[in-house]
Ligand binder design. Structure first.
Ligand SMILES: [Zn+2]
Length: 259
């Protein structure tokens, strides 16, 4: 699994794509069994796909509409618990499904809370990475912020529901919302620090980028200085991004794009 994560990193960084002239063709859905309650759900499989449309982000997330990512962690529709997909029993069905099991940030926090004390090894590192992706989806991914209700607003509304009793105390509610947000940030810092400590990379600028995205601009710049001037892509571009965005205290997540 470690090799798979390293390979995924290398693929993302070198922009090596699995270009293909084939359109996306789904295969029969896999029937996934929840390890907690044995309830089942279907998930997408692909006979073929391609990366002709889509892009990769500097946090290593890949968005390819014709090669969609089935979530590494799944939520059971029956008992509402979470589990790692590769650890679940899966059998081929005889129908099609486009279910990816994608979790939003609120669900990812619950998944992390359920598994953080027991999950080990490469699965733990992958869950940390997916947590960071979910956080960035909600708050920081530039392209996702053009919709009428921003993902950030949507998440805050879900974290802190506005449906209150008629006689609710607005000051108390605001205090709760602030506390919830503080808790979110504290938890995110813990996750990002563990990810940086355990995620294998060829070049530590990737760690610097994770730290910048989390708002630790000085620490990110310290790594940039340790690594020295970069001559090769994508690190040359990443170094420029780190210099520029750290100076402006900008934590937004952009798309990998370099010549
Ligand atoms: Zn279940």
């Amino acid at each position: 699994m470690r090799h798979r994560i390293i390979l995924a990193t290398i693929i993302a960084l070198l922009n090596l794509t699995i270009n293909s002239s084939y359109a996306m063709v789904p295969g029969y859905a896999m029937i996934v069994e929840c390890p907690h309650c044995r309830g089942t759900k279907e998930r997408l499989t692909l006979e073929s796909g391609n990366t002709l449309v889509g892009h990769q982000w500097w946090d290593l997330k890949q968005d390819y509409p014709m090669l969609p990512h089935v979530s590494f962690v799944q939520k059971c529709l029956h008992c509402q618990k979470y589990y790692i997909l590769k650890d679940a029993k899966q059998t081929e069905g005889n129908d099609y499904s486009f279910e990816l099991g994608k979790l939003d940030y609120v669900e990812m926090r619950r998944a992390w809370d359920q598994m953080k004390d027991t999950l080990q090894g490469e699965s733990r590192i992958q869950l940390l990475l997916e947590y960071v992706w979910a956080y960035n989806d909600a708050f920081q991914r530039q392209e996702y912020h053009n919709e009428p209700l921003s993902p950030r607003e949507e998440t805050v509304l879900r974290v802190c529901p506005r449906t209150r009793p008629i006689d609710f105390d607005i000051d108390k509610a605001v205090k709760e919302i602030k506390q919830e947000f503080i808790d979110t940030q504290i938890e995110f810092e813990t996750v990002i620090r563990e990810l940086v400590a355990s995620f294998p990379v060829k070049n530590r600028l990737i760690h610097a980028e994770f730290l910048r995205e989390a708002g630790f601009f000085d620490e990110a710049m310290a790594i940039v200085e340790q690594e020295g001037e970069q001559q090769e892509e994508p690190y040359k571009t990443l170094e420029e991004i780190l210099h520029d965005k750290c100076t402006r205290k900008d934590s937004s997540v952009g798309i990998i794009s370099y010549q």
